[in-house]
Write a protein of this length. Sequence first.
Length: 226
Amino acid sequence: MSDVMLSLDAITKAYNKGKPAEVQVLRGASLTVARGEVVALVAPSGAGKSTLLHIAGLLDTADSGQMRLDGTDLAGLPDRARTIARRRDVGFIYQFHHLLPEFTALENITLPQLANGVSKPDAETRARKLLDQVGVGHRAGHRPAALSGGEQQRVAFCRALANGPRLLLADEPTGNLDPATSDQVFGALMDLVRETGLSALIATHNMELAARMDRIVRLEAGHVVL
C-alpha cells in the first residue's frame, strides 16, 4: 500500500487553446498528498487553484501530465470510469454550500448515498452520525433556508463525506462566512477529517486556517511551490 494518496505530476492546462486569447493556467504543476495528510493550497484569485482541484477531482482533464489516486493511474480513464471513481473516491466542498433547497439537511446527505447504491435506512443512519459529528444533528429535519450560513456549510461537509471518500478536496470552504463563524466551521471540518483519517487538499486565502493544516503549498505562475 502506497503512503501517497494523491499524486499530480507535471500537470498542464490551458483555456482557449490555439486562440489569441489562450490562457496557460497550469504549467507543470506537481504535488503529492500523503495518506491521512491535510494540505493547504494557497494562491491569489485567478492563479489556478480551482482548476487544479477540478483536475485532481476528475471534474476536468489536464492537457498533459500524470495523476494517481492511491497508486491508480486516473489520467487516461474513459468518462464513465471517471464518473464512478469521482463518486466513490472523492468528496468536494465549495465556497458556497450548493445544498438542494427542497430537501432537508438529512436528505441532502442521504441522496448521494442512495445514488451510490446504499439502502435508505443505512444512508440515513450515516447521515445522522455525520450531522452529529459536526454539531448540527438537531437540525437534521430543517431545509437549507432555515439554517444559518455556518450550519449550511457543515451540512455540505457531511454531504461531501457521505460516501466515504478517500480524498477530500475543498475550494475556499469557509470563504463565504464571517471570521468567527469561519473559525468554528473550519474547526468542525478538521475534526471530521481527522476522525475519518481522510487525505485532504484544501484551497484557502486564509493563512490562519492554512497554518492549522499539516503542510502549506503555494501555486505560483502555474507551478506548485513547496
